[in-house]
Design a protein around this ligand. Structure first.
Ligand code: BT5
Length: 259
């Protein structure tokens, strides 16, 4: 269905987009938090989307703040699933690949679109999108929530990060209403392939083709220490593999590339 004019107009009301229930807000704390509340309330459909024009308390990994300005996309895709957590982590890579391929059509041809491990999309070396995957259980039902923030027409000011938006990189002004439906279609098609078979190897290859810094020396902070090495690969679960000076592989599950 056409969701034009619905986003933000009907706080809390269910609509249908493809086979997803859609709930829209003008402002909310965080679309991921709203998704968790709905799941905990026992009334959540198996597949639903929450979108908000703005977020007062948007967040990334480890509670880092996500600047959420009106005109940008704040979306949570929530899916009932029985898959184990380690497998669900693959959806971060799937989402990053979908976003990077989807935004290409709006940008000048020469734009450099890259993926930064584990969950960032960069355009011309600046962060344009972030993905936050969370899981939540209600009784015996498990959901995965994929939170997606994409800077469409506004470029926020962020202290520790070079940031951009589609608009700043030369795209025509894009409203979320135009941007969202086809993004969901593309996500859903990849998700169904992933859900019914195992296409992570292909996703992994697609992701590596766009990996930022592959083959170069990088430094990762894993929450405890800085680890440096040549960015060599991501493994079959999405962990990053570095090669150190002695040629040994170091595999890191969680962390942040700091340079
Ligand atoms: C992420 O975290 O990149 C995942 C962000 C997910 C946001 C979405 S919006 C919809 C849903 N609802 C939520 O509450 N969250 C999700 P992380 O890798 O931890 O990156 C956070 C870092 O990105 C911050 O510390 C800043 O450096 C930078 N940052 C903050 N806001 C930004 C923005 N709008 N654009 C680009 N970078 C930003």
């Amino acid at each position: 269905m056409n969701i034009t004019n619905n986003i933000g107009d009907n706080n809390g009301e269910f609509k249908i987009l493809d086979n997803y229930h859609l709930i829209t807000f003008t402002n909310i704390d965080s679309t991921n938090e709203a998704a968790k509340r709905l799941i905990k309330s026992d009334t959540a459909p198996d597949k639903f989307l929450i979108i908000s024009d703005e977020q007062s308390d948007g967040y990334g990994q480890k509670g880092r703040k996500w600047e959420s300005l009106k005109g940008n996309l704040h979306l949570s895709i929530s899916l009932y699933t029985v898959k184990p957590l380690q497998k669900l982590q693959e959806l971060v890579f799937l989402s990053a690949v979908v976003i990077s391929e989807y935004i290409k059509q709006f940008l000048p041809e020469e734009s450099d679109i890259k993926l930064k491990w584990p969950n960032d999309v960069l355009v011309n070396n600046k962060k344009i999108a972030g993905i936050l995957l969370e899981t939540v259980k209600n009784k015996d039902k498990q959901y995965v929530i994929i939170g997606i923030g994409i800077n469409l027409s506004k470029t926020p000011t962020v202290q520790d990060q070079k940031v951009t938006s589609l608009n700043k990189e030369g795209a025509e002004i894009i409203s979320p209403q135009i941007f969202i439906p086809n993004l969901i279609k593309q996500f859903d098609s990849e998700y169904n392939k992933w859900d019914s078979g195992d296409n992570f190897n292909q996703i992994r290859k697609d992701w590596l083709n766009k990996a930022n810094g592959l083959g170069t020396e990088i430094i990762i902070n894993d929450g405890k220490q800085n680890i440096s090495g040549i960015f060599y690969n991501i493994d079959k679960h999405g962990a990053i593999v570095l090669k150190n000076d002695s040629g040994e592989n170091i595999t890191i599950d969680h962390g942040r590339i700091i340079s």
